[in-house]
Design a protein around this ligand. Structure first.
Ligand SMILES: [Zn+2]
Ligand SMILES: [Zn+2]
Length: 583
């Protein structure tokens, strides 16, 4: 454990002791110890090695023992036992903003509340207001805190978090005191959703940077502000943390706080095996006397990897999933970029539930410089989405042919359909009509509660249908809103490869489906994808960026993605199932 992690444990010990009503001097020894540790100038590992930790004023013998044990082993029996001795319902009340251990203790002792739910009930019954030392005002504050906690606990889609993150980064970079600035954390790794935002800044004058950070618009609460660290909570509930470091530490802090934890553990192990210790402060020789003397320089994250004989690992791949092995050789993939895309499939128009006409969508695709795009409106089983029957579908094919023939717009339009996979696995539209289209996206929009076995068999039957070009949103999940239906992904990947069917990467920020965790293996086996925005309006074409983010997390390159192909190349691919396209 590092200094900060140990300080967190000491603070938690102090809180737990307070919940138990222990001697205040004992409690203060731990909270003071945590603060001392956080502000300790010397390197903790060095002090432990030299056996001089006890010389630091304020560190008693008992505390030194505990810090050393935590630093060496990462755990502490005293702490584990203490944790186990306090009711978790009471501990959870600490999550309510503004409610400290002391107050929780009296609420528990006098009112008998042992959980957040019971406390909420006590507030509603006006029992907290009647309590000595509380009153109506603090009861209202607690009730509000309970409500906020729910919003605070929420995770945020990467797509929504970006709207908050980008202006912060731009603002930081514009400050004269800021030498360098970056976001970090899971947001930088492009995770599909994030818990909070992290920013790292290099500056020799942190004061004005901190002042600017806590004075931004739309801040609901400044949760912490120190000399070099600050945390704020925005109205949306999203929290943002800022750390300001000296310029020479910037690359190390950026790497450390970008994570992931798993990646950092593996990289630290690699450093250790080469005689170095890697931390947020630097990379130094394990045998060195002092930190300053032996710390290696890194002007960029590239330099850190170089010191450890590795290629630069893109942040998206830092998940501890084999990236260091790849970075050891020259076989690191050149990941997909938004600019690689030359068109897209799976989009809707006003013919079903889209908000823009065929012409408007084509103009938007042309404005992006796309060579082609595809219309895949819903089929008739999706009646709530105004799905097309055979007759309307034939009319739409004609209109698309007319638009292409008119040469009014340079972007070619493919005629497709997002055809419902019915509960038995058959497709919603007659095969003879489906074969007149350029392609078919087969998707599930009903009977989500089928068993995994039924659902997998249903999808595989659709994959085996000769009319199917690609599979839409594999699991039907809506991130942070709706769980995926159960399906055997491995079986479906194999069936898709065997039947020359593409599995889309649905780029709607709520879907990002098939999940990035499956793509590396699937692509190695030969599965192709298409980054599909599932656009229902021209501005939804932007979603391809969210799709590219997770495609990168899945190690995908342009070669794995059909909509990086040029128009003639894509026609070749589609013609494998529809020979008329080559005519
Ligand atoms: Zn759909
Ligand atoms: Zn759709």
């Amino acid at each position: 454990m590092n200094k900060r992690e140990i300080a967190d444990v000491l603070n938690e010990i102090a809180t737990l002791l307070e919940l138990k009503g222990e001697n205040p001097f004992k409690i203060r020894a731990y909270s003071n110890g945590a603060r001392k540790l956080e502000t300790l100038e010397e390197d903790l590992d060095t002090l432990i090695e030299e056996g001089t930790l006890g010389d630091v004023p304020g560190f008693g013998k008992a505390l030194v023992e505990k810090i050393e044990t935590l630093a060496k082993t990462g755990s502490l029996e005293f702490y584990e036992k203490l944790k186990a001795s306090v009711d978790p319902g009471i501990v959870s009340m600490l999550e309510i903003p503004g409610l400290g251990a002391k107050k929780i203790k009296s609420l528990h002792e006098i009112l008998g509340v042992s959980s957040i739910e019971e406390l909420q009930e006590a507030c509603e019954a006006n029992r907290v207001a009647e309590l000595k030392g509380f009153g109506k005002k603090s009861q209202d504050k607690i009730a509000e805190g309970i409500k906020n906690r729910e919003a605070y606990g929420k995770r945020h889609l990467w797509w929504n978090a970006r709207a908050v993150a980008e202006p912060i980064l731009e603002g930081l970079q514009a400050l004269p005191e800021v030498e360098r600035a970056s976001h970090a954390g899971s947001f930088r790794r492009k995770r599909e959703h994030v818990g909070d935002l992290d920013f790292i800044v290099a500056s020799s004058n942190p004061g004005p940077v901190m002042d600017w950070f806590v004075a931004q618009d739309n801040i609901r609460e400044v949760t912490a502000k120190g000399d070099t660290k600050a945390s704020v909570r925005f109205e949306s509930g999203l929290q943002a943390d800022l750390r300001v470091v000296p310029s020479e530490q910037f690359s190390f802090a950026l790497h450390h706080f970008t994570g992931s934890k798993d990646h950092n553990v593996l990289l630290r192990q690699r450093a250790l095996s080469r005689g170095y210790s890697l931390s947020e402060w630097g990379l130094k020789s394990v045998d060195a006397e002092s930190f300053e003397e032996s710390s290696l320089k890194a002007d960029s994250e590239e330099d850190i990897f170089k010191h450890l004989d590795l290629q630069f690992v893109p942040p998206e791949l830092r998940e501890g999933l084999g990236e260091l092995e790849a970075a050891e050789s020259d076989g690191f993939p050149e990941l997909l970029e938004v600019s690689d895309l030359k068109g897209t499939f799976h989009n809707h128009t006003t013919s079903s539930d889209g908000r823009a006409s065929l012409e408007e969508m084509t103009e938007a695709a042309q404005a992006r410089g796309w060579e082609y795009w595809g219309v895949a409106d819903h089929s008739k089983a999706s009646f709530q989405a105004n799905g097309l029957d055979e007759e309307r579908l034939l009319e739409q094919i004609e209109r698309i042919e007319e638009l292409n023939a008119s040469k009014r717009l340079s972007t070619h339009v493919f005629s497709g359909n997002e055809c419902d996979i019915l509960p038995d696995g058959s497709l919603d539209i007659d095969e003879s009509i489906l074969m007149k289209l350029d392609y078919v996206v087969a998707s599930i929009h009903s009977s989500f509660s089928q068993s995994e076995e039924e659902m997998s068999a249903r999808i595989i039957r659709a994959i085996e249908n000769p009319a199917t070009t690609m599979l839409g949103h594999l699991t039907g999940r809506l991130l942070l809103r709706r769980e995926p239906y159960s399906v055997d992904t491995h079986k479906i990947v194999d069936a898709a490869i065997a039947n020359d069917v593409i599995i889309e990467l649905n780029a709607n920020p709520y879907r990002l489906d098939m999940d990035w965790r499956f793509w590396r293996k699937a692509a190695e086996k030969g599965l192709a994808t298409s980054i599909n925005p599932d656009a229902h309006a021209p501005e939804h074409f932007d979603f391809v960026e969210a799709g590219v983010n997770v495609a990168r997390k899945g190690w995908l390159t342009a070669e794995n993605v059909v909509n990086t192909l040029s128009l003639p190349e894509v026609v070749e691919v589609l013609a494998r199932k529809r020979p008329h396209l080559k005519g």
